[in-house]
Design a binder for this molecule. Structure first.
Ligand code: ADP
Ligand code: MG
Length: 256
């Protein structure tokens, strides 16, 4: 049975997409069967997985409006070693269309149930908002991975997300929990980042992943080559950290 995780944080630019594609690539590298679902109409995770969003004949949009199954709409990324249920601008329209449909928050969950046996991990890249799209992600997931930068307002932003997850847990998805907080773009030379990192551990204890993702220019360069850092430059510090994180995730699901 596949474990399904949303990578979510209401803030933009915190590293959601980078985390999604590199965790997918890291998991594939250590032999896991992985599906990446792009729920952001920007399609950055699709492009960053070596799939041209403009060339997609079917996407996650078709799955949400139930004009295609996941099996029909997914494509395989050869360089990355995982499957991609891609997104493009068409997905922006789904927001409005879904509102009028039945089971509007549960459509992704229903669709993913059909491919449950084919994957070990399904990772969902969420847009930076609490939209109907994100809600579909949260309803489908067993857990949420929250990437965050160790900055001054980081904890404040987290309160909103934690409340949202509590509400979804109470009303829509009893399975849902925060699997962990992932410290990303970390620079140990910055004292403030160390302090916030310590605060995080004090507040959230075991919920803070052991792995820390450093700020690393190779991770930032990789998307312009249409690849996750893990594939683009496996030796880079950031790439190695994501493979380590993949191992931590495999460990973590053993106890779920
Ligand atoms: P989000 O999906 O939350 O909007 P992204 O993953 O797109 O965030 O990241 C925002 C920007 O930060 C991108 O330009 C990305 O390349 C860069 N970035 C993300 N993680 C790192 C990192 N560990 N080191 C350096 N740059 C990073
Ligand atoms: Mg993104």
């Amino acid at each position: 049975m596949a474990k399904i995780f949303c990578v979510a944080n209401q803030k933009g630019g915190v590293g959601k997409t980078t985390t999604t594609v590199n965790l997918c690539a890291g998991l594939a590298k250590i032999g896991q069967r992985v599906l990446m679902v792009d729920l952001d109409p920007q399609g950055n995770a699709t492009m960053g997985s070596g799939i041209d969003k403009r060339q997609l004949t079917m996407s996650v949009y078709d799955v949400l409006i139930e004009s295609a199954s996941v099996a029909e709409a997914k494509v395989h990324s050869e360089p990355c070693g995982y499957d991609v249920l891609g997104a493009n601008r068409e997905l922006a329209g789904a927001e409005v269309e879904l509102v009028q449909l039945e089971r509007r928050e549960k459509r992704l969950k229903t669709a993913l149930a059909e491919v449950d046996a084919q994957y070990d991990f399904v990772l969902i890249d969420c847009p930076p908002s609490l939209s109907m799209l994100t809600l579909n992600g949260l309803c489908a997931a067993n857990g949420v991975i929250v990437p965050m930068q160790c900055e001054y307002f980081a904890l404040e932003g987290l309160t909103d997300l934690v409340n949202t997850i509590k509400q979804v847990h109470a009303n829509l998805n009893k399975d849902l929990q925060i699997i962990g907080l992932l410290r990303v773009m970390f620079d140990p030379r910055i004292t403030l980042q160390q302090q916030v990192s310590e605060q995080l551990k004090a507040h959230f204890g075991d919920k803070v992943f052991h792995t820390v993702i450093p700020r690393n220019v190779r991770l930032a360069e990789a998307p312009s080559y249409g690849l996750p850092g893990v594939v683009f430059d496996a030796q880079a510090k950031g790439s190695q950290a994501f493979v380590e994180f993949a191992q931590e995730m495999v460990e973590r699901i053993r106890t779920m």
